[in-house]
Design a binder for this molecule. Structure first.
Ligand SMILES: NC(=O)c1ccc[n+]([C@@H]2O[C@H](COP(=O)([O-])OP(=O)(O)OC[C@H]3O[C@@H](n4cnc5c(N)ncnc54)[C@H](OP(=O)(O)O)[C@@H]3O)[C@@H](O)[C@H]2O)c1
Length: 231
């Protein structure tokens, strides 16, 4: 049994990861901004005999992250998945029109968010058996992605990739495996139906890749397929 903590769990890739881990018999700490509204997660929790519990966590707010840590306590976490993310829309993050408040928000949620979650839950990860931390990033954060980008989103993902490689170096001696991962282009509320793959396919690939990850992978930008992402 793997003990997994996931952020942004109420919908999209995060929900599907929770669903699949719970179905596989793992212990899931599903965190989301509004547990009272997380109807689908709460239904899984109710039928899970305690294997999945739902906890409030707003990753953009240090107090909320610390409150969640206090609720979960010292319990060991084998796999920590930073999944929560936001996309403020392309119109307000292009060269011709930049919403700087949205940029700050995206950086706070997707770059500082994973950092503060890792900082807060590192004792749990160090107590875990697998010591794996995966941060769901994006191909748009890679220099190799030669397309027009939404600057706020892409810079937040580039920043989080660099934060993860930095943390991978810092925690190498403690045996922690830290990997930023592109989950595919996924049909969720964020990407819409034009995307390539379903949340089920993405989560299946992410879980398989996490299960196969070894210490040799720490600090590598990976894809949900298990391949290395060019960066
Ligand atoms: N879909 C894609 O094609 C794609 C591609 C590359 C990377 N990604 C990344 O994959 C991850 C999951 O995205 P998705 O496609 O599943 O998008 P989604 O359906 O829009 O889900 C995003 C999730 O993040 C949560 N969230 C947003 N802000 C948060 C905050 N401040 N604190 C805690 N949770 C927060 C949302 O919670 P609420 O339910 O409360 O709003 C929601 O559960 C994101 O990091 C995204 O950047 C997605």
């Amino acid at each position: 049994m793997t003990r997994v903590l996931i952020t942004g769990s109420a919908r999209g890739i995060g929900f599907e990861l929770c669903r699949q881990y719970a179905e596989a018999g793992d212990r899931v700490y599903a965190t989301c901004r509004s547990p009272a509204k997380a109807t689908r997660l709460n239904a899984i929790a109710a039928a899970s005999q305690g294997r999945l519990t739902v906890h409030a966590m707003e990753v953009g707010n240090s107090t909320s992250v610390k409150t969640c840590r206090a609720e979960i306590g010292d319990t060991p976490i084998d796999v920590l998945i930073n999944n929560a993310g936001v996309w403020g829309g392309l119109d307000t993050q292009v060269f011709a029109n930049m919403d700087y408040d949205n940029w700050a928000h995206e950086l706070n949620v997707m770059a500082m968010g994973p950092f503060r979650v890792i900082q807060t839950f590192m004792p749990n990860v160090l107590a875990g058996r697998q010591k794996k931390i995966v941060t769901i990033s994006s191909q748009t954060g890679a220099h190799a992605y030669d397309h027009v980008i939404g600057y706020s989103y892409a810079s937040a993902k580039a920043a989080v990739n660099r934060l993860m490689t930095g943390l991978a170096t810092e925690f190498r001696e403690q045996g922690v495996i830290i990997v930023p991962m592109h989950p595919g282009w996924v049909k969720t509320e964020m990407a819409g139906d034009v995307a390539d793959i379903s949340p089920e396919e993405s989560a299946t690939g992410v879980r398989k890749t996490i299960a196969a990850m070894t210490f040799a992978d720490t600090g590598t930008f990976m894809k949900w397929t298990g391949d290395v992402h060019p960066w």
